[in-house]
Ligand binder design. Structure first.
Ligand SMILES: C[S@@+](CC[C@H](N)C(=O)[O-])C[C@H]1O[C@@H](n2cnc3c(N)ncnc32)[C@H](O)[C@@H]1O
Length: 323
């Protein structure tokens, strides 16, 4: 026996795999009946889509990332009549549904953020752990990269985005330092940016998360216009939901979760709570009869640490559609 050699199995995913989070909770809330029509707006590697198919649903899968195609084609081959994938942004949710011939659906799932394969492929530039180009685009066919933003936005714009999308309390300090450094040498790689942020915030090094975590999150959200896509998709979801249908959204950071919570709460209230007439005016946008939140269990977090920050919010469409 070799002394001192300890092989530790990391819990959770193996390289290239993506474990779907809150899957049991999604399925319990979905209450799929055979023949129901579901849209999975964030196909990824198809973990949730496969589970919905197994329960008898028809699924239209969308993902803006062309790298999702391999897993999607395999699922199409397995379920030729029941599954179809398109490389599209879910900000076009309603158009995608109508193009597919569905004017109403029984369920919509959005599992926001990045997949494990995206995060673990250094060439995609999402992670500060391995050296790669500072890209971060989910759809690599278009748009500005993270390097474009870091090297071209003004100090004020960078500071605002680090604060608003990353919750970075020292956003100004980081932005000022980045702008001073890029005039000498523009940022090109993930590790260059990550170590520069760590040097700029030396007091953050002891314990805790990597000092560049929030800056990377903010850049990813901005590069992919994630907030914009979510805010565009939610009202479209309501438009195409059947009475009794399900909207399920999994988010991984507070900005996203706040937007989903607010959207569902505003449309789940029966009465409008105005200062002059509290609870006396019916809410003309009372579209959801039930709104719920689910958190991952301790057991799921132990199995899949990526689930730690996940929040699932589910809304059920009213039986009677008011509009
Ligand atoms: C967390 S993963 C989804 C994983 C998936 N549920 C599974 O079980 O494999 C998120 C996926 O959504 C995609 N995505 C994020 N925002 C998107 C958008 N606005 N439109 C389409 N796809 C998006 C990403 O490219 C990524 O593949």
């Amino acid at each position: 026996m070799e002394v001192g050699l300890k092989i530790v199995e990391e819990p959770g995913e193996r390289q290239g795999e993506h474990i779907p989070v809150l899957l049991a909770e999604v399925l319990a809330a979905a209450r799929v009946r055979p023949g129901q029509r579901w849209i999975d707006g964030t196909f990824g590697r198809g973990g949730h889509a496969r589970a919905l198919l197994k329960q008898g649903a028809w699924v239209l899968g969308l993902d803006q990332d062309g790298e999702a195609e391999g897993a999607a084609r395999m699922l199409e081959a397995e379920w030729p009549d029941k599954f179809k994938w398109k490389q599209r942004n879910f900000k076009e949710l309603k158009t995608c549904a109508l193009e597919y011939g569905w004017d109403k659906v029984d369920g919509i799932l959005l599992d926001l953020g990045v997949s494990s394969p995206q995060l673990e492929t250094p060439e995609r530039g999402f992670s500060f752990r391995a050296e790669g180009p500072l890209d971060m685009r989910m759809d690599r066919s278009a748009g500005a990269t993270a390097a474009d933003l870091v090297n071209e936005l003004s100090e004020g714009e960078l500071s605002k985005l680090f604060y608003e999308h990353g919750g970075e309390r020292e956003a100004r300090r980081v932005a000022r330092a980045l702008v001073a450094r890029r005039t000498r040498a523009p940022f090109r790689t993930t590790t260059d940016l990550a170590s520069f942020v760590a040097e700029t915030l030396p007091h953050r090094r002891a314990g805790g998360i990597h000092p560049a975590t929030k800056v990377f999150q903010a850049l990813r959200i901005t590069v992919n216009r994630e907030q914009e896509a979510l805010l565009a998709a939610l009202p479209q979801a309501v438009d195409i939901m059947q009475p009794g249908s399900v909207l399920a959204v999994i988010s991984f950071h507070s900005g996203e979760d706040r937007a989903v919570k607010q959207f569902m709460r505003d449309r789940g209230a029966e009465w409008l709570d105005t200062p002059r007439h509290p609870n006396t005016v019916p809410n003309p946008q009372h579209y959801f009869r039930e709104v719920k939140r689910y958190l991952p269990s301790e057991e799921e977090i132990a199995r899949n640490p990526r689930a730690r920050s996940a929040r699932l919010r589910v809304a059920i469409r009213n039986e009677e559609i008011l509009s």
